[in-house]
Structures are given as C-alpha cells and as structure tokens.
Design a protein around this ligand. Structure first.
Ligand code: GLU
Length: 551
C-alpha cells in the first residue's frame, strides 16, 4: 500500500466526518482534578451475572468516591450472540441494586448524556472514521483472506509459540494499491487490520490498579479492527469509545488482561494516551473444599434476577458486595454501624487479586442484619413493593391493613439487639403467616417433653387469667403465676437445681401458649403477637388447640 489516502478514500467512501469532528463533539470533560470516569460495558448476550453487577458496582464506586462519572455502555457488536431483552435485564438488574449509571444507556431504547450514542451498534460511523484515519496513516490495511485462508494459517501455526496474523502469515499486509483496488472494485469481502509495529522481544509494562505491576510482550498481531460487515471488533471499539467518552479508568474482568498489549498498541496507533486499568478476578465459590468460579450454569445465585425475585433489598446486596469488594469494609462497618455506605472510602487497590469468595450463608447473614435495622415502615414499603410483583396473596394481606402489617414488622425492632429473622422478602409470607388466617395452617404439635394433659391445663387456666388490657409486665406476672398453679416453676434456675420437683419451667409454659397461638416454638415477642391478634382470635386459637389435644 503506497497511496494510503487513495485507498482509504476508496474503502471508506461512506465516511463524511473526520476524527477531529468527533474530538470536538466529545471534548475533554470538565471535572474536578482527580475525578474518575468509569464505565460498565456489558454485552447483552445473556442474563446479568452477579460478577457483572459486582464489577459495575466497583466501577460506580470508583467514580462516586472521586466525584466522577459512571457510564453504562452496551457492547452489542456481536449480534449473533445477542439475546432478547438482554439490555432490559442489564438495566433493571443494575437499577434494582443501586448501580444505575450517571450517564449512558437507561433502557433498551433510551439513553442519557453528552457522550453518546452509548450503544455500540449506533456508533458505526464513528468507528469507520477512526479506522479510515488509521488507514490514511498507513496503520491499517484491508485484508481479503477468506475464513479458509485463516484456517490454513491456524493449522500451520499449530506448533508455533505465537499465533495469529503476523509476519509472513500476514499475506495481505503488503498488497499493492492495484491489487487492493481491483479486489475492492470486484466486491471481494475484506476486513480491516491494524498494521502492527510491535516487536515480540520488547516488553510493555503497566501498573494494574488491582493486580499491580504487569509485564507482557508487545502485540505483533495485525488484529482485525473492522470485521467484513464493517462492524468493529471489541478491541477497536474499546479503544475508540473509551477515548471519545473520556473514560479515565477501565474496570473490567481479568479475562481481558491478555488483550492489554493489543489495546495499548491500538491506543498508540490512534495517537491517544492509554487509560488506567483495573482487572477484576472472577468471583469464586467454595465447593467440597475447593474453589471454583461462581457459575452461570451451576449456581442460581449467579443470576442477578435471583436477588430480585427473592426480594433481597438493595441495601443488603450492596452491603454484601462491599464486604467482598474491599477487605477492610467489615472493619469500617464495625466502627461506623449506622453510616451510609456511600461514606466508605472504596479503593480499587484493596480488591482481591485472586478472586473474592462468594458465600450465600454470609450473604443471608448480611441481609438479615441490614433488614433488622430498618424501620417497620421501611420493611413494610419494601415488602409490599416486592410482593406486588411476586406474591399476590401477601400483597393483598399486607395492603388490606397497613397498620396491622406495620405493627407485625415492628415487633422486637426497637431493640438494641433486634431479631434477625428475615433475609429476603420471599421469607416474609412464612414469617407473618400466623397473623393471617387466610394463609395460616395451625399445627399444635408439642415438643416431646411436653404432654397434652399439661398443655390442656395450662391453656384452660391461661384463658381464665388472660386480659387484653394487661401491660407486658402484668402479662408476664400472670404467666409466672400460671407456672406455679400448674406444677411448673417460674424460675429456670430452680428447675435446673431440682428437676424432679416440677413438671417444667416458665419456658415450657410459654411454649405451650406460643404453640397454641402461632404453631411455633420460636417467635418474636409473644406479648405483642397477642396484642396484634386481639382477644377474640387469641381465645379462639386457645380453644382450638385445647380441642385438638382432647381429640
Ligand atoms: N463487552 C465486554 C464484556 O462484556 C466488556 C469488557 C470491558 O469492560 O472492556 O466482557
């Protein structure tokens, strides 16, 4: 190729804008010193993976903690692998867990921001302008090799260390202008390749913000920048987009580390400064003593919609993500119990080099903690919002009597040690079921050490003393008196010292009452449960339990 300009004009006859035009259209951002511009750039080829949400969150935190901008760019250059509703799933998943972008794609048809379009398939003419520039400068050339030619090269390279289109394998690198013109005019399909200036014996060194210093050989491959259909490859789109969108930090999966030499060469060829990179190791899971990647195929919790469907609150998911994102988060949380997580000084450098460990048990514990310190009103709102989509029956019950539902969620909440019963909203139906006869199936089975005769006596006597107007103290005093009346002791210690002298202790007596009212041995504060159910229902349930023991 000698007259590069002529060849570029021929190949890119459709391009009517210069790269300068785009440089002006997307000027440097006016942000304070140190502000980082980041992006999450998924391909809509499947559901949003938890690892994607996690990487997106790391990207967002990087921008947020520096007063920068976080973008969502959709990388849809591979139309064959695209799935229906892929973009919607990504947008909804990010939004559900507070990782919504400041700028970029906001739904499958809308976007927001000055640096768009943010969907790669809408940026075709931009890529072509930049590819044309490379060709004009002799840094790119058309390649007419067929898939069979490329298969041939691959076969020949089987035993070579360096694979790809380079050196003597790069057949189209030195075609004459005449040859190119003839092929183009004859409609022979072609790709556009970078004319690599790399040297395998030279090293590139760079500092990854997570992995530290990395040294790799330069790229020598004449990589494809535009495919035969004129669509850019991922590599080229990355170099063009992250430059024009004025990205400063690329936070992405570490499967892309191997491509760094190509990316650095592309940035140089385009005359742009390479960006800062932070490569995240995949999230791991422990199974039978060994670690493996959190897997789309094996783990339902790898899919972000799992957390939406089960109703994990946004705050819980973020709290857990931070727990595994930064090793010092838990310590910070201990010292700042009620602080909003936006105050946490997130740091890319504190991310795991080998891959954070995902643990669903821990996840549930974190979520229970987060939910336990919410107000009853908050819980009510979040549960009903969730139930509206996922549990019609629960939604109707909770909405019918908001005060009752809020009172239920309020039990034991204003406590220095609140109960931690609920990990996700899906569990609420079971948690509240005994408050609603519509979903309550009574089961008065007693633990083995309690018998029906004693239970009947306790319940019958309890009926006589129960009053809905009792204060909590009065109520508990009555339970203690009841113990003595029925041959139990109100004093657990006393029972332990002399078990043969009593039928049991106060715990057993309350268990009998608890089971009659709730069918459970463990519930939040029974006094408040009785208050919410009301005297009539309490009496009815006690009668029902007595009858079942008599039957
Ligand atoms: N589309 C690429 C992916 O889904 C993005 C990689 C990047 O963030 O640069 O893996």
């Amino acid at each position: 190729m000698t007259d590069c300009k002529k060849i570029a004009d021929l190949i890119f006859s459709d391009v009517d804008k210069s790269t300068e035009y785009y440089e002006e259209l997307y000027p440097a951002r006016n942000l304070p010193e140190g502000a980082r511009v980041t992006r999450f750039a998924p391909s809509p080829t499947g559901y949003l993976h938890f690892g994607g949400l996690y990487a997106g969150f790391a990207s967002k935190l990087t921008a947020d903690t520096t007063g920068g901008v976080f973008m969502l760019r959709i990388e849809d250059t591979d139309k064959k692998r695209e799935v229906e509703d892929g973009v919607t799933g990504i947008v909804q998943g990010l939004r559900a867990f507070g990782v919504a972008p400041d700028e970029g794609v906001t739904s499958f048809k809308t976007e927001y921001g000055e640096y768009g379009p943010y969907t790669q398939s809408h940026r075709r003419e931009i890529y072509r302008a930049f590819a044309k520039k490379l060709m004009e400068e002799g840094k790119a050339y058309p390649c007419f090799c067929t898939p069979e030619d490329l298969d041939d090269i691959r076969a020949k390279q089987e035993n070579e260390d360096i694979k790809g289109y380079y050196g003597s394998y790069a057949k189209c690198r030195d075609l004459t202008d005449e040859e190119i013109i003839e092929k183009v005019n004859n409609g022979v399909p072609f790709t556009v390749r970078l004319r690599s200036v790399g040297d395998i014996s030279r090293k590139i060194k760079f500092e990854d913000m997570i992995k530290g210093k990395i040294e790799m050989s330069e790229n020598v491959n004449d990589v494809v920048v535009l495919k035969a259909d004129g669509i850019p490859t991922y590599h080229f789109a990355h170099a063009v987009d992250d430059h024009l969108m004025r990205t400063t930090h690329v936070v992405r999966g570490d499967e892309w580390i191997a491509s760094i030499p190509v990316h650095i060469e592309l940035f140089r060829a385009l005359g742009n400064k390479p960006l800062k990179y932070a490569h995240i190791a995949p999230i791991m899971k422990e199974e039978n003593g060994s670690k493996r990647k959190l897997s789309k195929r094996k783990d339902p919790e790898a899919n972000v919609s799992y957390y939406i469907e089960k109703g994990y609150p946004e705050a819980a998911v973020k709290e857990y993500m931070l727990t595994i994102l930064n090793s010092n988060f838990e310590e910070w949380r201990k010292a700042n119990k009620t602080e909003d997580i936006s105050k946490f000084p997130f740091n890319l450098k504190k991310m795991s080099v080998s891959g954070a460990l995902f643990d669903m048990v821990k996840f549930n514990d974190v979520s229970k903690n987060v939910i336990s310190v919410m107000t009853a009103k908050e819980v009510y709102k979040l549960v009903t919002d969730w139930a509206m989509d996922y549990n019609e029956v629960l939604y109707a019950l909770l909405s019918e009597d908001k005060d009752k539902a809020t009172a239920i969620f309020n039990i034991d909440r204003d406590n220095p040690k609140p109960r931690k019963d609920i990990a996700c909203w899906e569990e609420v139906e079971n948690y509240v079921s005994f408050f609603y006869n519509e979903i309550y199936d009574a089961d008065y089975a007693l633990p083995e050490h309690l018998n029906k005769e004693d239970a009947i006596e306790i319940l019958a006597k309890y009926k006589d003393v129960y009053s809905k107007d009792d204060s909590k103290e009065e109520w508990f005093n009555k339970i203690k008196e009841l113990c003595t009346d029925c041959g139990f002791t109100p004093n657990v210690k006393e029972y332990k010292q002399n078990p043969d002298a009593f039928k049991g202790h106060v715990g057993d007596v309350s268990t009998v009452i608890r089971i009659a009212i709730t069918s459970r041995t463990n519930t939040p504060d029974l006094y408040y449960i009785l208050q919410i159910l009301g005297a009539d229902e309490v009496m009815r349930r006690i009668d029902d339990a007595i009858n079942s023991y008599k039957a």
